[in-house]
Design a protein around this ligand. Structure first.
Ligand SMILES: *Cc1c(COP(=O)(O)O)cnc(C)c1O
Length: 432
């Protein structure tokens, strides 16, 4: 479901014309729909209603302050992976008691900050990390709430760069080792074994890997929960979204059409998992990122040049891989549409950025309506891992971001001023 639709031939985000936003704020420009975020959050929350549950939004997917604040207001907690994310979530109005700290590389400073702030749980990825958390907690005279991340060794059938639940990956602790780890951890005085966690991968479009993983760990979770009086079982994030427009329509029949196509929906997710999870009697945590925000974002870009070669029609735009790296990094598909609907023949096009890398493209050999210099295009479904993965490569400032709700639109991040690109750099006096 998303809220980017044509009205009288012009592309709108909810009730706001995107062209007017491009004029006011310039390009490249990220635009987010509050309504889409709210709809996804509520759909998942309602599907899981039969369980005692809590959504922890994985803020690495999109950490704009306004979006985090919006989600906190909806009742979301936050799954975070660094001190920066912790402090940013708090700045956005999040309650630390609704934050979980994940990631394989937590530093002592990060552990200390999280303990002082009173987070809900550390999701622990190795035995040395347990030892370290115990040590920091002892120094601060605190009891650290922890859960160990179990790697169930289930292939999530997704892109290799976003598969996390097999033994090829750096994440979690092997299934077979988990009981031993909990037994040793229970002897560490400054830990409270609060639960168990898993996360098998991202952009999952089938329910089977979730089901297999839950079924595989269930007996283990049952035993450990009884032994250590767990509060929760986190089943991670990873719910996929539709990137290809063939299925997306934005209409209210959208979820049904998605279900009919056999693609994973919150309803299917809930129908398969609730019967497995409910008997545990634990609080069930989910950590979706992409599912909540992925379809809620568009990246608007201006066509700078159309360059025809013997083989290709290159549409060169003012956004580039520094703004959106997903096509280069994960071979991802993003729908690309003009802000003004056009009739006439579609032409096979490569939409590319201006960066000096062959990987700097948004699509290759795709049939798109003909555009010329000065036209605008929107790349859809860029709300997750879009701006969040942006860089300043080629000394290109970060794009601006706008949040839309109904007829309202607000700048939620200013375009980065160009002189801030080198504001932290210094020339040593000994260079003549
Ligand atoms: C990235 C991540 C998530 C969120 O993944 P999505 O595919 O965006 O839902 C959740 N939990 C953990 C531990 C993660 O690393």
């Amino acid at each position: 479901m998303h809220s980017f639709r044509y009205q009288r031939g012009k592309l709108y985000c909810e009730e706001v014309s995107i062209e007017s936003l491009a004029e006011e704020f310039g390009t490249p420009l990220y635009i987010y729909s509050h309504h889409t975020i709210d709809h996804h959050f509520r759909t998942l929350n309602q599907a899981l209603a039969p369980l005692d549950h809590q959504i922890f939004f994985a803020m690495k997917a999109n950490s704009n302050l306004a979006i985090l604040h919006d989600l906190a207001g909806m009742g979301s907690g936050f799954d975070l992976v660094s001190r920066g994310e912790l402090l940013k979530a708090i700045a956005a109005g999040a309650d630390p008691a609704r934050c979980v700290f994940a990631g394989v590389g937590k530093t002592e400073a990060e552990i200390e900050e999280a303990l002082r702030r009173g987070i809900y749980s550390f999701n622990v990825e190795s035995e040395p990390e347990l030892t370290r958390i115990n040590k920091v907690a002892a120094r601060l005279k605190k009891i650290a709430p922890v859960a160990v991340r179990v790697n169930p060794n289930i292939d999530a059938h997704t892109h290799a760069k976003i598969t996390t639940g097999t033994y090829e990956n750096k994440f979690g602790i092997e299934f077979e080792q988990i009981e031993g780890i909990y037994a040793r951890a229970s002897k560490l005085k400054n830990l409270r074994l609060r639960g168990i966690q898993m996360h098998i991968g991202s952009q999952l479009t089938e329910v089977e890997p979730f089901e297999l993983a839950v079924k595989k760990v269930l007996p283990l979770v049952t035993r450990l929960a009884a032994r250590h009086q767990f509060d929760f079982f986190s089943i991670g994030g990873g719910l996929g979204i539709i990137y290809n427009p063939a299925l997306a329509s934005g209409s209210s029949a959208w979820w049904k059409s998605k279900a009919a196509a056999g693609i994973l929906t919150p309803a299917i997710f809930a129908a398969k998992l609730i019967p497995l999870l409910k008997p545990l009697g634990l609080k069930i945590l989910v950590e979706p990122g992409r599912f909540i925000v992925g379809n809620a974002g568009a990246l608007v870009t201006r066509v700078e040049y159309v360059k025809q070669t013997g083989k290709k029609n290159f549409v060169i735009v003012d956004a580039a891989m520094n703004d959106l790296i997903r096509p280069a990094f994960y071979d991802s598909f993003h729908e690309i549409v003009p802000l003004r609907q056009r009739r006439g023949k579609a032409v096979s096009s490569d939409v590319v950025g201006g960066i000096c890398e062959s990987g700097d493209y948004f699509c290759k050999d795709r049939l798109l309506s003909k555009v010329s210099e000065g036209d605008h295009l929107a790349l859809l479904s860029v709300g997750a891992y879009g701006f969040a993965m942006a860089s300043n490569y080629n000394s290109r400032p970060f794009a601006a971001e706008v949040l839309v709700s109904g007829t309202k639109a607000a700048l939620v991040r200013e375009r980065q001023p160009v002189d801030s690109l080198w504001a932290l750099e210094k020339i040593p006096a000994w260079i003549k």
